[in-house]
Design a protein around this ligand. Sequence first.
Ligand SMILES: Nc1ncnc2c1ncn2[C@@H]1O[C@H](COP(=O)(O)OP(=O)(O)OP(=O)(O)O)[C@@H](O)[C@H]1O
Ligand SMILES: [Mg+2]
Length: 463
Amino acid sequence: MKAKEYLSIMQKILHYIDEGVHVLDKNGNTIIYNESMSKLEKMATKEVMRKPFGEVFKNLNSESSTLLKALKSRVTTSDLKQTYLNKDGKEITTINTTLPIVINDEVIAVVEVAKNITKMTEMSHTILKLQNEIGKPETAKTKKIRKYNFNNIIGASSNFVDVIERAKKASKNSASVFIFGETGTGKELLAQSIHYESSRKDKPFIAQNCAALPESLLEGLLFGTSKGGFTGAVDRAGLFEQANGGTLLLDEINSMPYELQAKLLRVLQENYIRRVGGTNDIPIDVRIITTSNEPTEAILKYGKIRKDLFYRLNVIQLNVPPLRDRKDDIIMLTNMFIHKFNERLNKEILSITKEAQDALLKYDFPGNVRELENIIMSAISMSDDNERILNINHFNLLDIASNYDNSNHELGDEGIDEYLENLEKRIIEKILIEKDFNITKAAQALKIKRQTLQHKIKKFNIQ
Ligand SMILES: Nc1ncnc2c1ncn2[C@@H]1O[C@H](COP(=O)(O)OP(=O)(O)OP(=O)(O)O)[C@@H](O)[C@H]1O
Ligand SMILES: [Mg+2]
């Protein structure tokens, strides 16, 4: 291929790449100054091209300019982070590599490649600043830091009581705790209760969601950054340092980037951290609680969590059952939420009808306790000020009734008779709920006699 052809290929490449490229010939005149470099430095290509570098960049000398250093002293500079003002006075942060091209022991050109990381640096600063302002990282989600302890946990179902007992035992030591539970089952509540019941209670409890941030930011946030590090220009303590002596809750650990998991494992094994870009090892003593809303078998099987890390985190495992498997708790929690929202919404609801209660007991609560809380709040807000009892009409029936339709009713092992009976039962239940268990109205809707409906209710044991 001819030199001319090479040249036009090169020009195309240089035009499209994101990195800024600036090349001087052996006399110090600019021979390449690409689009990205021009954008970065806010200099028009024609102001720079074929002109002596020293004339265009008057404020730089052979000490401060890596290009001139490479030209005069053949110095190679790799991955140097620089923050400077461009022609518009805007602060720019770049990572530069500058090197002389030497042929036959003669420098024939010097090349500078600059990567603009201004946006990344700004983003990292903004996040860290926000979190510092708010005070604690978990407040990014909850705004107010709510301190929960075991007294705030409502529940009497034996499968849930077992979990609480195990959590109480966990608060007596500092072993890592792995909490699995569907969304809204109370994982954070348990994690905070463990912390505030433990000897660490006077030290910080900090929570961080591992799914919310890209890897580089999460790393800087957890381990801190050091001057000269790539992700932040300033020295800043990470969450591990901030939580020292206390507890760090890592939410959705199954979403933590794989590379970062290896770094986390190292920290847990060695009990010290090193800030990103830093050189000092800082000893830390932090209890780690992790959560996942995907079952452990699945996250291990699909490699979402490193096995070595998992064994380190899973010293004590708490499996929080979903609310649909804790029927007793549905009633207790409902009463607690009625009390709570009476106060908040200035109502005086005393109880809930049996029918409404039954509908709640039959519902499968994909959003668990958080969803129940919302359902009760919305029902109470639908009640009139003089009402004392919540009935089925206060509830958003669409939510609850549609759940019946979603439940799986494929023809399985059972025959067609049983299948149709089940279907009939579900339809009757749904209509009964919609008609607030008024037999006459339900019978009308189903277009059957009252007596027939009563007979079916008895037969299907509908309560
Ligand atoms: N057993 C309980 N007693 C009282 N309140 C509860 C209970 N379980 C959950 N809650 C309440 O339900 C809401 C959700 O709980 P929490 O934030 O702890 O759930 P989570 O499992 O961390 O959810 P996510 O997976 O979505 O982060 C909170 O307002 C919490 O106070
Ligand atoms: Mg949570």
